[in-house]
Design a protein around this ligand. Sequence first.
Ligand code: PXG
Length: 289
Amino acid sequence: MKVYINGKFYDKRDAKISVFDHGLLYGDGVFEGIRSYNRLVFKLKEHIDRLFESAHSIMLKIPLTKSEMIKAVILTLKENNLKDAYIRLVVTRGEGDLGLDPRKCEGKATSIIIADKIALYPQMFYKKGLEIITVPTIRNLPEALNPQIKSLNYLNNILAKIEAANMGYEEAIMLDSLGYVAECTGDNIFIAKSEHLYTPPQCMGTLRGITRDTVLEIARRNKISVHEHVLTRHEVYISDECFLTGTACEIIPVVKVDGRVIGDGKPGKLTLNLMKKFKELTKKEGTKY
Ligand code: PXG
């Protein structure tokens, strides 16, 4: 495996950065997770745009332009000769001193691109559906650390993941500070009720996921009624279908939430249809390499 760091490629075991990098010391940096399917990078422009938006919000100057970053991603995929890949883009504040002041790292941002494989959940869950639970840790308040910023500081989500794992579950629903359903630790949530699709709006504690946007796009194109609407846990419990979306998990059905069986306890028709349409889209849409 060849890892891109600041314009050069390194073998996996030599791909190292300084212990003084503020990405490590403070989680000061941003990231993206992108997928490629059969030599097509899916929604590359959208991911690069979001990376730059996250960086802009934390006043981190990415040392590459967007088109240079796109070229670097393509180069990394070619260098690793990967047809299907999960690409992790990381830009950190760079090397500074032991204080948190980012001005000490001025002009030294570190750019990293790793291309590998990822399987977030065992394959059987795509067939039989996931069982998930709501956890005590709420999603970060947007006024404190806005979930739209895909920062390297993911402890909020990691704590929720630990709580889910402690209870024997793969994934957790995180609520916002008002108690509405926000999202899961690394994916967005949808429900279907009476042929309508619902997903929480991005305003409170929900990342505007690119897979979420893709599902909205597929639904609208296929005349499926979709609503970005606040959701309570009750509405999830009484839904006909539930599924999660994310670059890593793609679309995965959910069949039980907090012990409540969703619909008939099997992946729903609408969910399976969206999974099929999503797969078709990834086969024909993307940046070629
Ligand atoms: N919500 C959160 C909090 C996320 O981190 C998504 C939703 C889905 O967004 P996209 O744009 O991917 O549809 C994410 C995705 C992983 C992993 O390895 C995934 C994410 C972050 C960290 C790890 O599964 N982001």
